[in-house]
Design a protein around this ligand. Structure first.
Ligand SMILES: *[C@@H]1O[C@H](CO)[C@@H](O)[C@H](O)[C@H]1NC(C)=O
Ligand SMILES: *[C@@H]1O[C@H](CO)[C@@H](O)[C@H](O)[C@H]1NC(C)=O
Ligand SMILES: *[C@@H]1O[C@H](CO)[C@@H](O)[C@H](O)[C@H]1NC(C)=O
Length: 171
């Protein structure tokens, strides 16, 4: 906790754009986009992904230059194997929509980048799971402790939560 997590929060802010009822597009990496993370912060994408709630129908947007993004299987993710991606894009602005719940594995298709941490696991909840954890209120156990010491985190959390609540009103 501390400056590291603040850096993560500031670096990878969420672009939560309402596309239609109950559906969001999350932007990876904030202003930096989808890049090789700094050596001392190589888990930045998984840290970010685990702090967010992704639901079926949501999408994720990757912006980058001279790079690419792939969705791969878990085994390929672990090996940074980019030979047979499920999804591949190198347009510089790629949107991937989650069409089922479960884990999605993303890597950079550029040689060496995945090994340096340009990879991410996104866990996507079904709408039922999203409702259950919302009612339980325990899905983000770290946020209350973090909010106590970081007013900025509170503002950040509120800005993330607000559109989410709006989307829930649609159900
Ligand atoms: C990583 O290194 C950079 C430059 O040396 C430094 O500014 C930054 O605070 C470090 N970040 C972490 C999370 O240690
Ligand atoms: C990468 O995946 C391909 C196809 O799934 C496989 O043929 C190849 O042996 C794998 N390479 C490594 C280094 O695991
Ligand atoms: C989700 O999309 C992928 C890639 O477009 C497709 O292969 C797969 O069948 C889809 N799954 C469902 C459950 O629609």
């Amino acid at each position: 906790m501390g400056s590291k997590s603040m850096t993560v929060l500031l670096l990878v802010t969420v672009g939560a754009i309402i596309c239609h009822v109950g559906c969001f597009t999350f932007e990876v990496g904030g202003n930096d986009g989808w890049v090789v993370p700094p050596a001392n912060d190589s888990k930045v994408y998984n840290d970010w992904a685990s702090e967010n709630r992704f639901r079926v129908g949501d999408a994720i947007q990757f912006r980058y230059r001279k790079d690419s993004v792939m969705a791969v299987t878990e085994a390929e993710y672990k090996k940074c194997n980019s030979t047979r991606p499920i999804f591949f894009s190198n347009t510089g602005d790629s949107v991937y929509r989650f069409n089922h719940s479960g884990s999605f594995y993303f890597i950079s298709g550029v040689s060496g980048h995945c090994e340096k941490g340009q990879k991410m696991i996104v866990k996507v909840m079904s709408h039922e799971e999203a409702w259950g954890s919302e009612k339980g209120g325990s899905s983000q156990p770290s946020s209350s402790t973090a909010a106590a010491s970081f007013p900025l985190f509170q503002a950040f959390a509120a800005s993330m939560l607000t559109p989410y609540l709006f989307s829930c009103a649609g159900f």
